[in-house]
Write a protein that binds this ligand. Structure first.
Ligand code: ADP
Ligand code: MG
Ligand code: ZN
Length: 481
C-alpha cells in the first residue's frame, strides 16, 4: 500500500470580515487595532437589556459576495443563536445563521495544473465575530472585545478539494472575488480572512466519505497547504496501521510542522441553535437582489476572456493583470486609445510589476495615470522613440511624474529615422569594425548584431533599430559586389 492508493477529501469553512464601517448590531467602529476594549458598547459586549439592530450593509455585502460566487439568495432568511461559552464571547452565544442562510448553492471554478474544476459552495451565512484572548505568559489571559460584533461571512464549501494545491488555488481565487466585489479587505495578517480545513482520506475509487478532522483558524495560505499535506499523511498512516481516524478538532503547530489534537467529537459542543428572538427575519425582494447584482463589477474570469479574445494577450499575462481589480481597471483605461493592447500589458507586467510589491500591485499604486502609459506606448508605436529609449522615459515618468512627450522633447530623445544621418553613421561603423563585417560576409548572421549595437551606442539608443539593420545589410551587401 502506498500514499497514491488514497485520495484526500477536503471541505473548507472560510471566514471573511466584511468591510462595513460599523459593527453588525451596533454603531461601534470595525477598525482593526485600537486600544483594547475601546471599540465597544453595551450591545457588542452583550450587556443584559440591550437590543441588537442589524446593519443593512452586512446583508448587502453578504448577498453581493454570494452573487459573485453564483449563489442563490434566500429571500426569506433568519438569524440564530449558536450557544457556547468562551471568555472571548461575552453573550455566551454567537448570532449566526443555521437553517436559512442568506446564500446557498453557488460555485467557483478553479484551474489546477491546466484542469478546470468546479468547487461547489454549500452556503454563505452572516455572523458576528468574537473578541480576542491575549495570553500573557505567567500573568493569565486578558481579553480584548474590540473585535466582538465585527461582521463576518462564513463560506462553506462541499468536500470538493482533492489536494492542497486545489485549496491554495481556490483560496487565492476566493480572495480575488471578495476584493473585486469590494466586500472585504481580505487581510490575512489582520485575520480578516481565515479558514477551517476539514479533511478525510479514502481509498481511491471509494465514494463514501471517510472520518474527517477539522483544523481551525488557518490564517495563512501557506500554513493551510502545509497543514493539509501533513494531516493527509498522518491519517493514511493511522489507517495503514489498522487504526481508525478519530473525528476531532486539530491545531496546526507551525513551529513543529505538525497537527495536534485539541478536542475530540465526544467533547464537541452541542450548540443548541435556536432562532434569535431579538432580530426580525431578513426579507430581501427580487428587485433588491437584482439591484445588488448590478452593482458588481465585471469579474476576473470574464475580463481574462476579453483580454485574450479581443486584445490578443496570452491567458497567463491576462491573469496576472486581472488578479487585481485596480490593476485591471487601470489597464482597461490605458488601452482605450492604443491599437497594440498587448504592448500596454507588457509594460504593466514588466516595468510596473517589477517596481511594486504584492500589496501595491493589488492597489495599483502607480504614480501616474493610465493616460501616461497610453502616451508612452503610442510614442513607441508611431516610431517617435525606440523601445529601449521608452524604458528610460518610463523610469523618468515614474520618478518625476512628467509626461512622456515632455521628457522626449526636453532630452531630445526622438528616434533618428533620418536616412541621410544614419547612412553616414553606417559608413563610419563599417569602417571601424572590419572584423564584424568580415564575419558577417563569411556567413555569420549574428555578427550584424555587434554592428547594430555600435550604431545604437553612437546614437545613444536613438537610432531606429529596424532602419539601422536594413541600412547595415544593404551597405555591407554593396561591399561584397
Ligand atoms: P459541521 O456542521 O459539523 O460543521 P458540515 O456538514 O457543515 O459540518 O461540514 C463542514 C465542512 O466539512 C464542509 O466544508 C464540508 O464540505 C466538510 N466535510 C464534511 N464531511 C467531510 C469529510 N468526510 N471529509 C472532508 N470534509 C468534509
Ligand atoms: Mg462547521
Ligand atoms: Zn458596540
Amino acid at each position: 500500500m502506498s500514499y497514491s492508493d488514497y485520495e484526500v477529501v477536503i471541505g473548507l469553512e472560510v471566514h471573511s470580515e466584511l468591510k462595513t464601517k460599523t459593527k453588525i448590531f451596533c454603531s461601534c467602529t470595525t477598525e482593526f487595532g485600537g486600544e483594547p476594549n475601546t471599540h465597544c458598547c453595551p450591545i457588542c459586549t452583550g450587556m443584559p437589556g440591550t437590543l441588537p439592530k442589524l446593519n443593512e450593509k452586512v446583508v448587502e455585502y453578504a448577498i453581493k459576495a454570494g452573487l459573485a460566487m453564483d449563489c442563490n439568495i434566500n429571500e426569506f432568511s433568519k438569524q440564530d443563536r449558536k450557544n457556547y461559552f468562551y471568555p472571548d464571547l461575552p453573550k455566551a452565544y454567537q448570532v449566526s445563521q443555521y437553517d436559512l442562510p442568506l446564500c446557498y448553492e453557488g460555485e467557483i471554478e478553479i484551474e489546477v495544473n491546466g484542469e478546470m474544476k468546479k468547487i461547489r459552495i454549500n452556503r454563505i451565512h452572516i455572523e458576528e465575530d468574537a473578541g480576542k484572548l491575549i495570553h500573557e505568559s505567567g500573568e493569565g489571559s486578558i481579553v480584548d472585545y474590540n473585535r466582538c460584533g465585527v461582521p463576518l461571512i462564513e463560506i462553506v464549501t462541499e468536500p470538493d478539494f482533492r489536494s492542497s494545491e486545489d485549496v491554495r488555488v481556490f483560496l487565492e481565487k476566493l480572495r480575488t472575488i471578495l476584493l473585486y466585489a469590494d466586500v472585504s479587505d481580505c487581510k490575512m495578517n489582520e485575520g480578516s480572512l481565515r479558514c477551517d480545513v476539514n479533511l478525510s482520506i479514502r481509498k481511491k475509487g471509494n465514494t463514501e466519505l471517510g472520518t474527517r478532522t477539522e483544523m481551525k483558524n488557518m490564517n495563512s495560505f501557506n500554513y493551510a497547504v502545509k497543514a493539509i499535506q501533513y494531516e493527509a499523511k498522518r491519517q493514511i498512516k493511522v489507517i495503514e496501521n489498522g487504526d481508525k481516524v478519530i473525528q476531532e478538532t486539530r491545531r496546526w503547530d507551525e513551529s513543529k510542522g505538525i497537527t495536534v489534537s485539541m478536542r475530540s467529537k465526544e467533547e464537541a459542543h452541542d450548540y443548541r441553535y435556536f432562532p434569535e428572538p431579538d432580530l426580525m427575519p431578513i426579507i430581501t425582494s427580487k428587485e433588491r437582489i437584482e439591484e445588488i447584482r448590478s452593482s458588481l463589477p465585471v469579474m476576473p474570469d470574464s475580463r481574462v476572456r476579453r483580454y485574450v479574445d479581443e486584445y490578443k494577450i496570452t491567458e497567463y499575462d491576462a491573469r496576472l493583470i486581472a488578479a487585481s481589480r485596480n490593476m485591471a481597471d487601470y489597464f482597461e483605461k490605458a488601452v482605450i486609445d492604443v491599437k497594440n493592447k498587448k504592448a500596454v500589458a507588457n509594460w504593466i507586467i514588466t516595468e510596473i510589476y517589477s517596481r511594486l510589491d504584492e500589496e501595491q500591485k493589488e492597489q495599483a499604486k502607480i504614480p501616474f495615470e493610465p493616460a501616461v502609459l497610453t502616451e508612452l506606448v503610442n510614442l513607441i508605436e508611431d516610431g517617435t522613440i525606440s523601445n529601449s529609449i521608452g524604458k528610460k522615459v518610463f523610469a523618468e515618468c515614474w520618478e518625476t511624474g512628467k509626461r512622456p512627450g515632455e521628457i522626449v522633447e526636453e532630452k531630445g530623445l526622438k528616434q533618428i529615422s533620418d536616412d541621410g544621418q544614419l547612412q553616414s553613421l553606417v559608413k563610419e561603423v563599417i569602417d571601424a569594425n572590419p572584423k564584424a563585417v568580415n564575419d558577417y560576409l563569411s556567413g555569420k548572421q549574428a555578427a550584424i548584431g555587434a554592428l547594430v549595437g555600435q550604431m545604437m551606442k553612437a546614437t545613444k539608443g536613438k537610432a531606429n533599430p529596424k532602419m539601422v539593420n536594413e541600412l547595415l545589410r544593404e551597405a555591407i551587401g554593396k561591399l561584397n559586389n
